[in-house]
Design a protein around this ligand. Structure first.
Ligand code: NAI
Length: 343
C-alpha cells in the first residue's frame, strides 16, 4: 500500500513513520499541499493523506480517479476542503472524527486567558525588564457569560472548562443535545447576551460568515470572540471594523479565512501580502495562533493511529467506520451502516 502524504510537517513524521511501518504502509512525505497544480505527484499511489489546507475539489478528485488513487485519508476532523459529493462513486474519503477534543478546547481557554489577562504583553515586557503594570488590567472570567456555538465534542469540553471558571454558559447548536442539561438559546440571543463567544461548529454554507457586520452589531460592547473552528466562520473584514470601532473587545483566532496562503509557514523576513491579516495582527487586542489548537503529543499520536487504522480497515474490509459519504445522512438504507462498501 503506497500513500502520498501531502503538507507534511516535521511533527507529522514520527507518528506516521511508526504506525505506518508497523502496519506495512509505504508513506512518501511531500511538503507541498495537494491542489490542482500538485496532484500529479499522486500518480502511482494507492491513496493520498491530506490535512486542513489541502484542496480536494472536483478537479483534483477527477485527476486522482484518473490516476487510480483509491482513497483520500484526511488526518483531521473538518472536511470542508473536500468535495465529498463529487467524490462519491470515484474515491473513498475517510477522516479522523476525534483525536483530542481536550487539545482544542484547552487551547481556546489558553487564548482566552492570555487575552483577557494580557499575558502576551506581560511576557514581552518582563523579558525587557519592564515591570510596569500600566495597560495590563484584565477582567475576571468568573461570573461572566460565555456563549458556545456548537456543542459537539470540543464545545462540550470547552463548556466544562468554562464552568470550572464559574462562568454562566449559553449554548447554540443546530442539533441541540436535549438531554445534556445545557442552556440552549437562539443564536441571536447568544450573540446579544454573551461576554465571550467561542465557536466550535463546522464550516458549512450555513455557518460561513456567521460573524458578520450584522451579528457584530448585535453583540455586547467589549465582547471577546474565540475561533478555533474554521476561519471562514468569521468575516475578517467585519471583525477588523468591529475592533476599530471598539465594539469587539478582543479576538482570539487560531484560524483565519485566508489561512491556507500563510499558516504553517515561516514568513518572518517576508512582506505579508494579506493586509487584513497584517492589520489584525497589529491590533493589541488580537491574538493569532497558526491553527495550532490540535497540536499536542496526544493528538498527534491519535491522528496517526486513527488515519493508519482507517487505511488498513478500508484495505481489509472495503470500508472504514470513519468513511465520509454524502449519501449516508440522506438515505435510509445506507450500505455503510451495514458495513459494506459505499460503492
Ligand atoms: P463535532 O462534530 O463533535 O461537533 C460539531 C457540533 O457543531 C455538533 O454538535 C453539530 O451539531 C454542530 N453544528 C453543526 N452545524 C451547526 C450549525 N449550523 N450551527 C451550530 N452548530 C452546528 O466536532 P468537534 O470535534 O467538536 O469539532 C468542531 C470543529 O472544530 C470542527 O468542525 C473543526 O472545524 C474544528 N477543529 C479545529 C481544530 C484546530 O486545530 N483548530 C482541530 C479540530 C477541529
Amino acid at each position: 500500500m503506497r500513500i502520498a502524504l501531502f503538507d507534511a510537517k516535521p511533527y507529522d513524521r514520527p507518528g506516521f513513520e511508526k504506525y505506518g511501518s508497523e502496519k506495512g504502509l509505504s508513506i512518501t512525505f511531500y511538503e507541498t499541499k495537494l491542489n490542482e497544480d500538485t496532484v500529479g505527484l499522486a500518480r502511482g499511489f494507492d491513496g493520498v493523506c491530506v490535512f486542513v489546507n489541502d484542496t480536494v475539489n472536483a478537479a483534483v478528485i477527477d485527476k486522482l480517479h484518473e490516476y487510480g488513487v483509491g482513497f483520500v485519508a484526511l488526518r483531521c476532523a473538518g472536511y470542508n476542503n473536500v468535495d465529498v459529493e463529487h467524490a462519491f462513486g470515484k474515491i473513498h474519503v475517510f477522516r479522523v472524527p476525534a483525536y483530542s477534543p481536550y487539545a482544542v478546547a484547552e487551547h481556546a481557554m489558553a487564548m482566552l486567558l492570555t487575552s483577557v489577562r494580557r499575558v502576551h504583553k506581560a511576557y514581552n515586557r518582563t523579558r525587557e525588564f519592564n515591570f510596569s503594570l500600566s495597560g495590563l488590567t484584565g477582567f475576571d472570567l468568573h461570573g461572566k457569560t460565555v456563549g458556545v456555538v456548537g456543542t459537539g465534542k470540543i464545545g462540550r469540553v470547552f463548556i466544562d472548562i468554562c464552568r470550572g471558571f464559574g462562568m454562566e454558559v449559553l449554548a447554540y447548536d443546530k442539533f441541540p443535545a436535549n438531554d445534556s442539561g445545557l442552556n440552549y438559546v437562539p443564536l441571536e440571543e447568544l450573540m446579544e447576551r454573551s461576554d465571550v463567544i467561542s465557536f466550535h461548529c463546522p464550516l458549512t454554507e450555513e455557518t460561513r460568515h456567521m460573524v458578520n457586520r450584522e451579528s457584530i452589531a448585535r453583540m455586547k460592547k467589549g465582547v471577546v470572540l474565540i475561533n478555533t473552528s474554521r476561519g471562514e466562520l468569521i468575516d475578517a473584514e467585519a471583525l477588523l471594523e468591529g475592533i476599530k470601532e471598539r465594539k469587539v473587545g478582543a479576538a482570539c483566532l487560531d484560524v483565519y479565512e485566508e489561512e491556507s496562503d500563510v499558516f504553517f509557514q515561516d514568513f518572518s523576513g517576508h512582506i505579508v501580502d494579506d493586509d487584513t491579516l497584517a492589520r489584525l495582527i497589529s491590533m493589541p487586542n488580537v491574538l493569532v495562533t497558526s491553527h495550532q489548537a490540535f497540536l499536542t503529543e496526544e493528538a498527534l499520536k491519535s491522528i496517526a493511529d486513527t488515519t493508519v487504522n482507517n487505511i488498513i480497515e478500508f484495505t481489509e474490509h472495503g470500508t472504514s467506520e470513519n468513511e465520509l459519504c454524502y449519501r449516508c445522512g440522506n438515505i435510509e438504507d445506507c450500505k455503510q451502516k451495514r458495513r459494506q462498501r459505499c460503492f
